[in-house]
Design a binder for this molecule. Sequence first.
Ligand SMILES: [Zn+2]
Length: 428
Amino acid sequence: MSLQSASVHAPSDGNAADASLRFGPTIMARADVLAAISEDAPRVTRAYLTPEHRQAGETIAGWMREAGMQVHWDALGNVVGRYEGLTPNAPVVMTGSHMDTVRNAGRYDGLFGILSPIACIADLHARGVRLPVALEVVAFGDEEGVRFGVTLIGSKAMAGAFDASWFDRTDPQGVSLRDALRAFGGDPNGLAGLDRRGSRVVAFIESHIEQGPVLLGKDLALGVVTAIAGATRVRCMVTGLAGHAGTVPMGKRRDALAAASEMVLAVESHCSTHPGLVGTVGRLTVLPGAVNVIAQDVEFTIDVRSGVDATRLEAVTALQAQCDAIAKRRGVTLSFEPFFELRAAPCDPRLQEHLAHAIAAEGLPVEHLPSGAGHDAMEFPAVCPTAMLFVRCGHGGISHHPDETMTVQDADVATAVLLRFLETFQPS
Ligand SMILES: [Zn+2]
């Protein structure tokens, strides 16, 4: 239907009134309101525990109240809105996303996943509908980790995965997370009370822009996320022998940079030819780094991700073997040290199916895809079955950038799908 082939380049000015759209225009207008709450407007930058965080949270809280929700700020600066179910102690379906941003961000990353469920609940409220489940919408205070270098602070706290030693982390001005939280009116001692494991929460669903080009390339508005990719990061040190660029014959060199270059291409080649993998070398340092000296030491990083942990771990083993072989053939030494590992967060099969039905019921084709980026939802498998709905990004899928866009039509249909998902959800 026409929604699928909607213009993909409509920024906020694509809000032109279209009477057939129930949710999209309000969501796009609210995203514009939030985008103006920034420390460096007209850019969009909103960090954790700042005046902009407070203002954005209060604005969101106002919309939640208008939609019939009870709202509070929790101990870590998340805003939580609750719409009661048919019975007082009904099981809870949680949804939401983050209200912080990266520096010079787009206006939909995170925010869409807050604004869309608020629109759903406003609709339920207007119709006087209560569900067998209570609905909670969370606007997480920190997901991006810009200020304190810890990501997913809000969702980690709810999943019991927040390490209390992180309160000692400091921002670039030397202010600790603990002090900043207290100054904000939060409470470090309230951490334990936020843990939702073992509570009445029976599902978590996050709506989010895809932040990539896959749906756009397939001309699809929506996708069901299968898993949030796990990652391994590796630090590689290649050591060769420096020498004079003019005097050492080509056949006698132990050129660390030439060897590292072959390794970089091996990463690209391996991850290109094995489905379900992405691999990136994003940093490379060459010493001594002089135009007339053969490189002696090269340090580079590898980032490998997959929605399937076994696929990722096999890739890391294979890449190590390939890099070792290259090092041996070229007479250089290699140290290959994984320094970061994150397991994939699989989305729940039953919730994926329920979401797929909601998409099909709106007349759209169902596409399944993994998420290569991290999201708040990735912490929730520790709490309850978890799902994610991806919405197409315009402009080639660009995100974490002012050119990030989505269309009003996509915002509208994604919200209709989320509403259908929530309205037809049956706690088992
Ligand atoms: Zn995000």
